[in-house]
Ligand binder design. Structure first.
Ligand code: SF4
Length: 233
């Protein structure tokens, strides 16, 4: 089994078929290889919904983790309820940070995300994901190459230095059109904020509608130097 510790460049030569762009082939292969030792960290954006639908075809009781920062839009929580109803066998965990929002405000001051967003993401996302990945050898992410400059060179199978793990990215070849074509064709539930100008949806205080069609993540941390929460750096 390929692990972070014994990493050698893996075969990335999965057939990129017309319908799934390789995603289903990758998922079949990695669930075969890692079984219970793989976790999908889902943000419940539209890519997350596609991934859940594909994963459910391969492993109907797969483990899925949502990093519940306590700061998500109510529409995101509503979507999670719908997904749980549609895929009742999936093992979906809402992983909370150690600090409640009140405890975070008491320790680090109010609205940490406005002053030190990296520290806030570390407390509410990075540390919880690190905990969720304990005991897992690999994790899945819905990154697509088209999403941003920094994601252009993502492979199906990646060595993840940040979490000392293997990161699997089955959707790298999917375009925005592919994603929506699939979602509509299969009548998948999705976050209604996508219909209101939010292509990328994270925590409410750090997400705005995106007005730059060439950068679909431009609504995240608008006006700050920050472009990623740190999970993918
Ligand atoms: Fe905090 Fe914003 Fe990061 Fe959410 S996205 S954890 S609110 S800094």
């Amino acid at each position: 089994m390929l692990t972070y510790e014994n990493w050698t460049e893996p075969n990335q030569d999965f057939e990129v078929d017309e319908t799934y762009k390789g995603a289903l082939n990758v998922l079949k292969s990695v669930y075969d290889e890692y079984g219970e030792q793989i976790v999908y960290a889902c943000s419940f954006g539209i890519e997350g919904i596609i991934m859940i639908d594909l994963i459910s075809k391969v492993k109907e009781d797969a483990k899925i983790v949502f990093l519940d920062t306590d700061l998500h839009f109510k529409e995101t929580y509503e979507l999670i309820d719908k997904v749980k109803e549609k895929y009742p066998l999936l093992d979906i965990e809402l992983k909370k940070p150690k600090l409640t929002l009140e405890e975070q405000a008491a320790e680090h001051g109010d609205k940490l995300w406005e002053r030190e967003p990296n520290k806030c993401c570390n407390i509410r996302k990075i540390i919880p994901l690190n905990e969720a990945l304990q005991g897992a050898t690999a994790w899945i992410s819905g990154l697509r190459r088209e999403q941003s400059e920094s994601r252009k060179h993502t492979n199906f199978i990646n060595k993840d230095e940040k979490f000392k793990s293997i990161k699997i990215c089955p959707l790298i070849h999917w375009t925005w059109k592919d994603v929506w074509r699939y979602a509509h064709k299969h009548s998948l539930p999705y976050n209604v904020l996508h219909d209101n100008g939010y292509p990328s949806i994270g925590c409410e205080p750090c997400t705005n509608p995106a007005f730059n069609a060439d950068d679909m993540r431009s609504g995240r941390w608008t006006g700050q130097m920050k472009t990623e929460c740190g999970l993918h750096q």
